[in-house]
Design a protein around this ligand. Structure first.
Ligand code: NAD
Length: 495
C-alpha cells in the first residue's frame, strides 16, 4: 500500500496538526482508495484560528497596512497562483475526481479574481453628505468588518474560495477558511501560496474537519463578524441558526435546479453543445448545472435523440488523463443518492432515454456514472425537482413561452437559467420573467470576476464577484463634525 500524504492546517502563519492529533483520510474518487491524511480540527483548533485572525485584524501589521499595499499583496498572490496552477490542479483532481483540464484551468483563472480585487483595494471610498443642518459637516467612511468565516463545499473549492478571499482581503478583513471534508488537500496546498505571497501571520487561516464541530464552532464563534457560506440548503439553515450566536452578517450561495430552455428557432448545433456543457461537464457536479432541460414541442424528439447520441460518445475515465471528458463523482453518498432518485422517478412514470449505469471497463472502485437522460411527464417526478449534483438531466416539453416560464419558475431554487433562441426579443422577455440570479442566452456557465454571481429563493442570497462584492465586506461609519466657531448650546437652556 502506498504511504498516505500528510497535510497540516495553517493557523497563525504556522503549519499545525489538530491539537489532539486526530486525522481523517481523504479518498481518491477515481480509485476509491485513501491517499492523504487530513487534520480533524476540534473546537479548540477553530478557536485558535479565529483568535489568530482577530489578533491580525486588531493589532498585527495588517491592521495598519495601506489599501494600496494590500492590493500589491493580492496581485502577487494572483501571479503565484498562475505559476502553481498545474500542481494545485493535480491535487484537486486527486482529491475530488474533477478533470485535471478543468482544475488546472480554474487554478490559473482564479488569479484573475485576485488581480481584479487587487485593483479595487484602494478604490473603496465613502461620501460627503449634503446634510440638512447648518454648521455641520458629515461624511461616511467604509471599514472592514473584521474576521470573516469562509465555509466552502468540495466542488471548485479553490475557485469558490477566491471569490470570497478577493473582496474580503482587498478591504482589510482577516479570514478563517473552512475546507470541505471531501476536498481538504487542495485548500491546504493553497496555504503555501499565501505564505509565498507574504501575507502576515493570521490574515488567512485554514482549518479542516467536519461540519460539527469545525463548521459549527466557526460559524457561531463570538469573534466572527461575517460568514460567507457556499454549500447545500440544509447546511445553510444550520449556519443561519449558528449566526444567532454572534450576529455575524451572512451570505449564502446554495444549490440549484436550473432550467435550460431550447426554443424551436434555436441554432441547433449551439443548443446541443450548450446542453452538454450545462449538465455533463464537471460530471454535472456544479451548482449551476442545467439539470432541467425544457424543449419546445416541434423539436423535442430531434433534440432528445441528438443528446442521447452525443452522451453515448462521452469519454469517461481517469480524470488525470487529458483525453477524458467526464470523470467520477466525488463521493459515494452522491452516487447512492442519484441511483435512489432515478429508481424512484422511474416508478413515478419517468422514462429512461440513456445512461443510469456505472460504466464497465473502468476501476470498479471508482465512482463513475454514465451521463443520464430521463424524460419526465411533469415537475412532480423526484429527479425533476431535486438537485442531483451529478450527470443527470430531466427532460420536459413545452408548447410556448408562457408554458416555458411556468415550468422554469416551478421550483424552490433560482440560481441560473439558459435560453437558446435566435429571437433576441424573446431572449430578453424570458430573462426578465425567469426568477434566477443568472440568465445565459445562447451560452452557459460563463463566469468572470466582473460579473455578479448568486441566486434567488432557496439558492441563497448575497452576490459574489463583481464590483459590489467589496461593499459586502465593509460597513459604513458616519462621522459628524461641528464646523461652528461658537461653543455648542447648553442642552438644558432652550432659546
Ligand atoms: P455541504 O453543505 O454539505 O457542505 C458545505 C460546507 O459546510 C462543508 O465545508 C461542510 O463541512 C460545512 N458544514 C457542514 N455542516 C455544517 C454546520 N453545521 N455548520 C457549519 N458548516 C457546516 O455541501 P457539499 O455537499 O460539500 O456541496 C454541494 C452543495 O453546494 C450543492 O448543493 C451545490 O449546489 C452547492 N454549491 C453552490 C454553489 C454556489 O455558488 N451557489 C457553488 C458550489 C456548490
Amino acid at each position: 500500500m502506498t504511504e498516505l500524504k500528510k497535510y497540516q492546517m495553517y493557523i497563525d502563519g504556522k503549519y499545525v496538526n489538530a491539537e489532539n492529533n486526530k486525522t481523517f483520510e481523504s479518498m481518491n474518487p477515481a480509485t476509491g482508495e485513501s491517499w492523504a491524511t487530513i487534520p480533524e480540527a476540534s473546537a479548540k483548533d477553530v478557536d485558535l484560528a479565529v483568535k489568530a485572525a482577530h489578533r491580525a485584524f486588531t493589532s498585527g501589521p495588517w491592521s495598519t497596512m495601506l489599501p494600496t499595499q494590500r492590493g500589491k499583496l493580492l496581485r502577487r498572490l494572483g501571479d503565484l497562483l498562475a505559476k502553481h496552477s498545474e500542481e494545485l490542479g493535480e491535487i484537486e483532481t486527486t482529491d475530488t475526481g474533477k478533470l485535471l483540464k478543468e482544475t488546472r484551468w480554474q487554478a490559473g483563472y482564479i488569479s484573475e479574481y485576485f488581480h481584479y480585487y487587487a485593483g479595487l483595494a484602494d478604490k473603496v471610498q465613502g461620501a460627503t453628505l449634503p446634510i440638512d443642518k447648518a454648521d455641520m459637516f458629515a461624511m461616511t467612511i467604509r471599514e472592514p468588518l473584521g474576521v470573516v468565516a469562509a465555509i466552502v463545499p468540495w466542488n471548485s473549492q479553490l475557485f469558490l474560495t477566491a471569490v470570497k478571499l478577493g473582496p474580503a482581503l482587498a478591504t482589510g478583513n482577516t479570514v478563517v477558511l473552512k475546507a470541505s471534508e471531501h476536498a481538504s488537500a487542495p485548500m491546504l496546498a493553497f496555504a503555501k501560496v499565501f505564505e509565498e505571497a507574504g501575507f502576515p501571520p493570521g490574515v488567512v487561516n485554514i482549518v479542516t474537519g467536519f461540519g460539527d464541530p469545525c463548521g459549527k464552532v466557526l460559524s457561531s464563534h463570538p469573534l466572527v463578524d461575517r460568514i460567507s457560506f457556499t454549500g447545500g440548503l440544509e447546511t445553510a439553515r444550520h449556519i443561519i441558526r449558528n449566526s444567532a450566536e454572534n450576529f455575524a452578517q451572512v451570505s449564502t450561495e446554495l444549490g440549484g435546479k436550473s432550467p435550460m430552455i431550447i426554443f424551436a428557432d434555436a441554432d441547433m448545433k449551439s443548443a446541443i453543445n450548450g446542453i452538454l456543457l450545462s449538465v455533463f461537464s464537471a460530471s454535472g457536479q456544479s451548482c449551476v448545472a442545467g439539470s432541467r432541460l425544457l424543449i419546445q414541442d416541434s423539436i423535442y424528439d430531434e433534440v432528445v435523440a441528438k443528446i442521447a447520441e452525443r452522451a453515448a460518445e462521452i469519454c469517461i475515465g481517469d480524470p488525470l488523463d487529458d483525453k477524458t471528458q467526464m470523470g467520477p463523482l466525488a463521493t459515494r453518498n452522491q452516487l447512492d443518492n442519484i441511483e435512489h432518485s432515478i429508481r424512484l422517478s422511474l416508478e413515478m412514470g419517468a422514462k429512461l432515454v440513456y445512461g443510469a449505469r456505472r460504466p464497465s471497463g473502468l476501476n470498479p472502485e471508482g465512482l463513475y456514472y454514465e451521463p443520464t437522460i430521463i424524460e419526465c411527464p411533469n415537475m412532480d417526478v423526484h429527479v425533476a425537482k431535486t438537485e442531483m449534483f451529478g450527470p443527470v438531466v430531466s427532460v420536459l416539453r413545452f408548447k410556448d413561452e408562457k408554458e416555458a416560464i411556468a415550468i422554469a419558475n416551478n421550483t424552490n431554487f433560482g440560481l441560473a437559467s439558459g435560453i437558446f433562441t435566435t429571437n433576441i426579443g424573446r431572449g430578453i422577455r424570458m430573462s426578465k420573467a425567469i426568477r434566477s440570479g443568472i440568465v445565459w442566452i445562447n451560452t452557459y456557465r460563463a463566469v468572470s470576476p466582473m460579473a455578479p454571481f448568486g441566486g434567488f429563493k432557496d439558492s441563497g442570497h448575497g452576490r459574489e464577484s463583481g464590483l459590489e462584492a467589496v461593499y459586502d465586506y465593509t460597513r459604513e461609519k458616519t462621522i459628524w463634525i461641528n464646523t461652528s466657531s461658537e461653543p455648542i448650546d447648553d442642552p438644558f437652556r432652550m432659546q
